[in-house]
Ligand binder design. Sequence first.
Ligand code: MG
Length: 251
Amino acid sequence: MRAPLSLFFVLAAARVLAQQPAETPKMKPEMTEFWEPVPKVVTPGKSNDAPPSDAVVLFDGKDLSRWKDKDGNAAKWEVKNGVFTVVKGTGDITTRQDFGDFQLHIEYRIPEEIQGQSQTRGNSGIFLQGRYELQVLDSYNNRTYSNGQAASIYKQNPPLVNAMRKPGEWNIYDVVYTAPRFKEDGTLFTPARVTVLHNGVLVQNNFEIKGGTEYMGLPTYKQHGKGPLRLQDHGDPSKPISFRNIWVREL
Ligand code: MG
């Protein structure tokens, strides 16, 4: 027996109505709030240069116990009066601990009596994960190639501005670093990124690192995991530079 035509229309209308999207609920402020997770409490340092409560202190003025030389032995750079100074010819030093993503605070001083020019004037460097050099140099009235001056990502990106303090004064780098990610087959998934403040002035703004630092040739990526910080003993003959107050927060 065939259904009456009117019933057919009623069923068809019901089907159409059922397919209508539900009416959007009226938004309330609390509908876009979330309360979990709760950010953990970190006690800031007494000043913004002092390590906060969750920092790994890599140098607090006393010793280089958190650092080693290239053979894994105690770092041979000189600690004196709360700072440490490169001892030329003893090689780079690296942290004993490896890091992935991090926030870094580090201070350095070019000696007042610095001599030399361009790259042979107060050259050192901070190798992020042991591979990507954030340049340390005297760039106060010292012309060199722009992507090799202080606060450059060496041979890749110059700083946005030159915020260098003069020799004899302390310079500060505050660094936010995101490590590169690699695919299972070892090829690059996402490059490393770095933001740097030099004496509180933004000099690298989320720069996408192009690969490992090369003195000669183009940078490329090679798969790696966590890595240390490495400080450079540059081979130039100018007076060695000093460091102090180094701390890292793992992210
Ligand atoms: Mg260097």
